[in-house]
Every structure is written in structure tokens, then in C-alpha cells.
Design a protein around this ligand. Structure first.
Ligand code: UD1
Length: 429
């Protein structure tokens, strides 16, 4: 399997264009199941996760065509009819979000059999809220041998759905299912992440009636059919935040473009507090650090607009060489500190207790062989490698390829010494 080698010490100077948001793109792709007309998604990232989902959708009857158009990378998805309502374990386990085909399949064709998901190993990550939402909409749900059987032969019915905790995936899933339900659905305690508003915009362009995404209450008035549309995927706030942290770590000056700084205010505030230069621009942000060491700051992850859990690992990497001690509290997922022992292999001084990590900044990190454990953790190791003395090699980078488009190229264009070592096809133990 491929590995990534980073030779530490180079500053980053240049421009990095931010790609379309992975977490949005994969839910938008699932929306193509809701109509027999073509859905054209522009600003599409090309990632392992979008490829996986494309494979699954093809199996369900969606024609998936990727191309480079005048608007950049785009994907055309067209499902004249649903040819199968079966999403097998092999395809769903590789990516948790593929579970979100369940709702659209039931909404359009009245039945589906979808495997329970896999995905990043960052805690238990159940799907009980997804299933509760579909049941509230009138689907009959049975669980059998690792599969969810869902049926609504007479269609779904609008309902009041109140989530006990905030879940991005369950809110999106409920929205995807409710657009074709008979009557009005109100989702209470909805997630407010920007990807929800993006999904709302796309569904409304397809003829749906959705209001309130981005707030805790979303109202959906069901329609009988949806049509085709063209929709541009929002910029990836996690990719943007990752490169912002990388620039603060390595030093230099990096301009992030094709992005929206307002999507990562919580991170940018923390970077400023730590002493990095942060200058928002019309389509992104400039991050600078010239020579001086950053100060330690504390963070606590929270649902949007709080500090994103998907940027926690990267920020921990940044704090490993800051002055003083930083406390990092993870409140969204249990078991999301698997990057800590790997960062310690590079010389970081970290102790973890329950949902809190304490990072005592060290003068310098030393290159070593480390292993990616999940998607965001893997990029934190690359960030640490940017300043570690000598060479850092990150293995199991299939995690990285799930969510970061052309990472070596983007960092390399700013002067980082990052290269991919092609594997021999042998699985790593
Ligand atoms: C999405 C993002 C992920 C991000 C996360 C939180 C995608 C593809 N992934 O994941 O990158 O880290 O939001 O911002 O968009 N939960 C339940 N029952 C459920 C569903 C969730 O208990 O049915 C719990 C989870 O275990 C977790 C919490 O709710 O503790 C939040 O998870 P959720 O917001 O659902 O995350 P995802 O949608 O899986």
C-alpha cells in the first residue's frame, strides 16, 4: 500500500485552492436517487469516498459520469429508474455515509435493503437516530443479519422528528427522505453544519420545499416528484482548516482560495490566539507565521459553529511544538485521540485521559515511521511531519485518500517536501 514521506523543515509559501466539500458531495450524490432526471454536481472533489459512492450508486441504477467541464470537475448522476434497492456490506462498510442511500431509496421506490455501515474507527457511531427518523416518517424497519430492511409501500408521511442529540448524518438522512413524503416534516434539534444548507439548496433546485437548514429547525413540505438540477458543491471547510493549520505549523505565508473563511471562524480565532497571522480575503484566507513560536491554546470540539471535531487532530499536531500546555477536549466522538500515540512517536509530549488530551509543547519533533488510523488523524501526522527533523513516513494512507484531493501536489506547490511512495500491493499488517 502507498505511503507518504515528508522531509521536515521547509516553510510553506504559495496558494492552495480548496476543493469541493467531501462531506457535502457524498450526500448530494445520494440525492440523485430521488429523481429520474439528471443531477449535475460541479466543484466536485475526486476522492476515494466519492468513487466508492459512485460504485454503489451505479449498482442501484444511477449512471455516474465524471468529466472536466467549463465549471471544473463535475459529476453527472442520472437514475432513470432504481434497478436495485440492495446496498451490500462490501460497498457500505468502506464508507459510513453510503448508509444515507437508505432514505432516498425508500422515498422513491418504497423499499430498500442496506447494510449497516463501517467507516472511520472513531467510536461506536451507531445509526439509531437515522432509523428513528425513517420510522417517524412511516417506514417499517427490520434489522436482520447486519442489514436494514426498510419498507414504505404507500410512500413516506410527513412527521415531527426530534433528535435527542445533534447528528449531521441523521439530519441529512431525514431531509433526504422527507422531501418526497406526503405532508410536512419538521426536524427539531437539527444539525446546523454548512453541509445541511448546501443539501437544502441542491434539493430546492431539484424542486423540493425545504426551509431552515443551518438552524436547529428544518421544515420540509413534501412534493410528489423532483426534477434534475445543476448545483455547485460548497468549499471543503475541513480541507481549508487543515491547510490553514499546516501553514501555521510550517511557517511562511499561504493563501487559501475557492473557499469561505466564515465556515471555520472557530479555528481561525484559535489560530489568531496562538499568534498566527490570519487575514480573510474575498474567496478565502491568508495564513502567515514568520519565525516566532506559537503559544498554546485550549480547544473543545462542538457542533457547528463550534470547533469542528474534524480539525481536532490537526490542531493537536500544531500544539505539539507550541509554547506551554494545551488542553484539547473532544466532545463529539469517543476514541478520537488515536493520533496521539502516533504524534508521540515523533517526540510529542501528550497525555490522554478520557475525552481530554494535554499537549505540552516541545522544541522540536523528530521524523519517524507512523501510521494513519483514520481520515483526519492521518493528515495530522503529515502536518507534524512538515516540521519534524528528518523524514516522517506515514503508512495506511488510504485513510488520507478518502478525504484529501491531491494532497502532495497542493502542499508541494507551496514548497513542502512531500512524496508518495507507491506500495507493492501487499496489504500492511
Ligand atoms: C459527520 C461527518 C464527520 C464529522 C461528524 C461530526 C460526514 C460524512 N461525516 O459524521 O466527518 O466528524 O459529522 O461533525 O458528513 N450518533 C448516534 N446515533 C446516530 C448517529 C450519530 O448516537 O444514529 C452519535 C455519533 O456516535 C456521534 C454523534 O452522534 O457521537 C455525532 O455524529 P454525527 O453528527 O452523526 O456524525 P456523522 O454524520 O457520522
Amino acid at each position: 500500500m502507498d505511503r507518504i514521506a515528508i522531509t521536515g523543515g521547509a516553510q510553506l509559501n504559495g496558494t492552495i485552492p480548496v476543493s469541493g466539500a467531501k462531506n457535502s458531495a457524498i450526500k448530494l450524490m445520494a440525492a440523485s436517487l430521488l429523481t429520474d432526471e439528471p443531477l449535475r454536481l460541479t466543484n466536485m472533489p475526486r476522492l476515494a469516498d466519492t468513487r466508492f459512492l459512485g460504485k454503489l450508486l451505479t449498482r442501484l441504477g444511477v449512471q455516474v459520469t465524471e468529466s472536466d467541464g467549463p465549471d471544473g470537475q463535475q459529476t453527472l448522476l442520472h437514475a432513470p429508474e432504481i434497478t436495485s434497492g440492495f446496498a451490500p456490506y462490501d460497498l457500505v462498510r468502506q464508507m459510513r455515509a453510503s448508509f444515507n442511500v437508505l432514505g432516498p431509496l425508500v422515498a422513491r421506490s418504497g423499499q430498500a435493503k442496506v447494510s449497516l455501515p463501517g467507516g472511520c474507527t472513531i467510536g461506536a457511531r451507531p445509526v439509531d437516530l437515522h432509523l428513528q427518523a425513517l420510522e417517524a416518517l412511516g417506514a417499517k424497519i427490520d434489522l436482520h443479519e447486519g442489514y436494514v430492511y426498510a419498507q414504505a409501500p404507500r410512500g413516506l408521511k410527513g412527521a415531527e422528528i426530534t433528535f435527542p442529540i445533534v447528528s449531521v448524518g441523521a439530519t441529512e438522512h431525514a431531509m433526504l427522505a422527507a422531501v418526497l413524503a406526503d405532508g410536512v416534516t419538521v426536524i427539531h434539534n437539527a444539525a446546523c453544519e454548512p453541509e445541511l444548507a448546501d443539501l437544502q439548496d441542491c434539493l430546492n433546485a431539484m424542486g423540493a420545499k425545504v426551509e431552515g437548514a443551518g438552524t436547529p429547525t428544518i421544515t420540509i413540505t413534501g412534493v410528489t416528484r423532483l426534477k434534475g438540477a445543476t448545483h455547485a458543491v460548497i468549499p471543503d471547510r475541513i480541507e481549508m482548516g487543515t491547510y490553514a493549520v499546516a501553514a501555521a505549523m510550517a511557517g511562511g505565508e499561504v493563501r487559501l482560495t475557492n473557499a469561505r473563511p466564515g465556515l471555520i471562524d472557530a479555528l481561525l480565532d484559535k489560530l489568531k490566539e496562538a499568534g498566527a497571522g490570519v487575514e480573510p480575503t474575498a474567496d478565502g484566507v491568508i495564513i502567515r507565521r514568520n519565525g516566532h513560536r506559537l503559544d498554546s491554546v485550549d480547544i473543545e470540539t462542538a457542533p457547528f459553529p463550534g470547533f469542528a471535531t474534524d480539525l481536532q487532530a490537526q490542531f493537536m499536531a500544531l500544539m505539539t511544538t507550541a509554547k506551554g500546555e494545551s488542553r484539547i477536549r473532544e466532545t463529539i466522538f469517543e476514541n478520537r485521540f488515536m493520533h496521539a500515540p502516533e504524534l508521540m512517536r515523533l517526540g510529542a509530549d501528550i497525555s490522554v485521559s478520557g475525552g481530554e488530551a494535554r499537549v505540552r509543547g516541545v522544541e522540536r519533533l523528530e521524523g519517524a515511521e507512523v501510521m494513519a488510523t483514520d481520515l483526519r488523524a492521518s493528515v495530522s501526522l503529515v502536518i507534524a511531519g512538515l516540521v519534524a527533523r528528518g523524514e516522517t513516513t506515514v503508512s495506511r494512507i488510504y485513510h488520507l485518500d478518502r478525504g484529501f484531493e491531491r494532497l502532495e501536489e497542493k502542499l508541494g506547490a507551496c514548497g513542502a517536501q512531500v512524496r508518495r511512495i507507491k506500495g507493492d500491493g501487499e496489504p500492511e499488517l
